[in-house]
Design a protein around this ligand. Structure first.
Ligand code: AMP
Length: 279
């Protein structure tokens, strides 16, 4: 496993592999790696011959500067964990390498970036589009792997690839959960034991929502979730919505969409967690 920090080094490696006819798989991450990230590596193994994983905490996607500063960083541990994984190159660029000059580009994803995370975290998806398009231009992968845990991000990236007319296959990977059902996240390490116990209600509620979707109206389900959360003083609902899974348009009736998804963002103490479930 090689560790490279510059665009030049990475491009040289990729170009040598491409000449051998090998398919390049790319996994962008912000580090603090866990089994969710490793599952993307396992999926990548199935259709790529050469796997690149990047670790870069992208400042432009944080609308809250404190959140950026606090974001967990432990590159030594990440590299240690990656040693027995099938990753060929870890790309750990500096901020200067990714943004030699400030990125002023403005992306538009129509309605997609105005709901849910886009609404609650203004500018977030613009920053995601900046960093991912920049990384794509460096790596030029055949495949890139994204987790369904960040479902809205996945749709934004698919739209980005379409808009920029890139020849990259975006592969969606299922959400990996711990034994209690909590979706793995780099932010889970900030939860105290007590907060962790509270957070395990999130998957319980989301599974209940899935059951209720067969029998109740959207408005009734939303009210039910709000009631459940209000019984937990340590938790604060940021949003809970039911959407058309193809474009994340909010729906008020299940008949409005062929496939639907429930998405939640919730504070457990000060830690903001997101999750979703297909209905
Ligand atoms: P992050 O480092 O949080 O930016 O995540 C990097 C990639 O890993 C993104 O595509 C995420 O959607 C994906 N990911 C994060 N957590 C999980 C999880 N629990 N299961 C599957 N994929 C995940």
């Amino acid at each position: 496993m090689k560790v490279v920090t510059t665009e030049k080094e990475l491009k040289a490696l990729v170009s040598a592999e491409r000449k051998k006819g090998r398919k390049i798989g790319f996994i962008p991450t912000m580090g603090a790696l866990h089994k969710g990230h490793f599952s993307l590596v396992e999926t990548a193994e199935k259709n790529s011959d050469y796997i690149i994983l990047s670790v870069f905490v992208n400042p432009t996607q944080f609308n809250d500067k404190k959140d950026f500063e606090k974001y967990p960083r432990n590159i030594d541990n990440d590299l240690q964990l990656l040693k027995n994984k099938k990753v060929d190159v870890v790309f750990t660029p500096s901020e200067k390498e990714i943004y030699p000059k400030p990125d002023k580009r403005k992306f538009s994803f129509a309605k997609l970036d105005q709901v849910l995370e886009g609404k609650q975290r203004p500018g977030h998806f613009n920053g995601v589009a900046q960093v991912v398009s920049r990384l794509f231009s460096i790596v030029e992968p055949d495949f890139s792997f994204f987790g369904q845990k960040d479902y809205q991000q996945l749709l934004v990236i698919k739209e980005l690839v379409k808009q920029l007319e890139l020849k990259i296959n975006i592969v969606a990977c299922p959400t990996i959960r711990d034994d209690e059902g909590l979706a793995l996240s780099s932010r889970n390490q900030f939860l105290s034991d007590e907060e962790y116990d509270e957070a395990t209600f999130i998957p319980i509620w989301m599974n209940e929502v899935k059951k209720l979707a067969l029998r109740y109206k959207v408005s009734q389900i939303k009210a039910r979730v709000e009631t459940l959360v209000s019984q937990h003083p340590q938790m604060k609902l940021d949003y809970f919505e039911i959407c058309d899974a193809s474009n994340l348009n909010l729906i008020s009736d299940f008949q409005e969409a062929e496939s639907t998804i429930a998405l939640i963002a919730i504070y457990v103490g000060k830690v903001r967690l997101i999750d979703n479930i297909m209905l």
